[in-house]
Design a protein around this ligand. Structure first.
Ligand SMILES: C[S@@+](CC[C@H](N)C(=O)[O-])C[C@H]1O[C@@H](n2cnc3c(N)ncnc32)[C@H](O)[C@@H]1O
Length: 315
């Protein structure tokens, strides 16, 4: 689709389409040359930032940009991570398959698509997702250290593919750690059960909506990543209260949330229609207070990209 078609197609509401055309020109050039190479990444990010600024300023409508993203993706990028994210196979962004593909760095085999996936995985947000797996593992290490005879009970809320659980148990077979995993998506539960089959006795799965049900046997560690950034403040506080209630005295709740510092945000929102509630450290702290956490029990940490924050509440 040459640029003038953009004018015709998307000129309904707003009249400054130059940031969208700039982006289109760049993407088309890269499609023609076999996909972006690392030297191109900054150009793409810059064009997306311009486009994001134009959307925020009300110069280009978000609907027009999304309509464009669907067009270009379905014509040229089918099979890439970008197409899979935009396609929302299970009806929402960030399903267990996408998360699994991010963890395992899945890359299309077709030569003309490979570079697009390399670009996707190079970005700050997928890096932050991979880092949060390591963050969870670190937490498991620190909570299980020194517990020789007493088992550690962990609740994993919105567990998705549970690849994080699988890797940790395989690497630490001698540790007495038991996991309860809850997810509302039956396909995620089925996938996670397969991944955790080699040590099935260590992991219990619940196919439930965590806003309605939580197993409540009492946990030393309650972990949730990739869920709270989809929740409004009100639901955030409601669920956090429920998680605090099933955490034993001396235990810890740790909740991940993307921070307001996310260099991939324009890419996610404009080319992936992947919208999250990005929150600052102060915002997370305020929500924890609202949920009834004592001020001195709250801490906010982050993974090395600084994109995924972690709200810690000591019980
Ligand atoms: C982005 S994935 C995160 C998966 C996993 N925690 C991780 O970080 O690898 C989000 C998961 O939340 C699940 N989910 C979303 N809303 C839920 C709810 N209300 N109750 C339980 N699970 C939910 C989805 O099915 C999906 O598997």
């Amino acid at each position: 689709m040459p640029p003038f078609v953009i004018q015709e197609r998307y000129s309904g509401r707003r009249n400054d389409l130059s940031p969208l055309m700039e982006c289109d020109e760049l993407l088309r050039g890269m499609i023609a040359s076999g996909g972006p190479v690392p030297n191109d990444y900054a150009h793409v990010n810059r064009a997306l930032r311009h486009l994001g600024d134009a959307v925020r300023a009300g110069l280009v409508s978000r609907e027009d940009v999304l309509s464009y993203a669907h067009d270009i993706t379905s014509r040229h990028l089918e099979g890439t991570m970008q197409a899979r994210a935009l396609g929302k196979k299970y009806g929402y962004s960030g399903d267990f398959e996408i998360i699994e593909a991010i963890y395992t760095l899945q890359i299309a085999q077709e030569p003309h698509l490979r570079r697009w996936d390399l670009y996707f995985h190079s970005q700050a947000a997928p890096n932050a997702v991979r880092n949060r797996k390591a963050y969870f593992h670190q937490l498991l290490h620190s909570h299980s250290a020194g517990r020789t005879k007493v088992p550690l009970n962990v609740l994993n809320v919105a567990s998705g593919p549970a690849r994080d659980v699988r890797e940790w148990v395989l690497d630490n077979p001698e540790c007495e750690v038991f996991f309860d995993c809850v997810d509302a998506e039956i396909h995620a539960i089925e996938r996670a059960k397969k991944l955790c089959a080699p040590f099935g006795k260590r992991v219990e799965f619940y196919h439930r909506n965590v806003l309605r049900f939580l197993p409540a046997r009492g946990y030393e560690l309650v972990w949730s990543a990739g869920l709270f950034d989809y929740l409004t403040d009100r639901t955030f506080v409601f669920l956090l209260k429920a998680l605090m209630a099933v955490t034993k005295r001396g235990g810890e709740v740790v909740v991940g949330n993307f921070s307001d510092y996310n260099p991939s945000r324009d890419y996610m929102e404009l080319l992936g229609d992947w919208v999250l509630h990005h929150r600052t450290r102060d915002h997370l702290r305020a929500l924890a207070l609202e949920a009834g956490a004592a001020a001195d029990s709250i801490e906010v940490m982050w993974e090395p990209e600084g994109v995924n924050l972690f709200l810690h509440i000591r019980r």
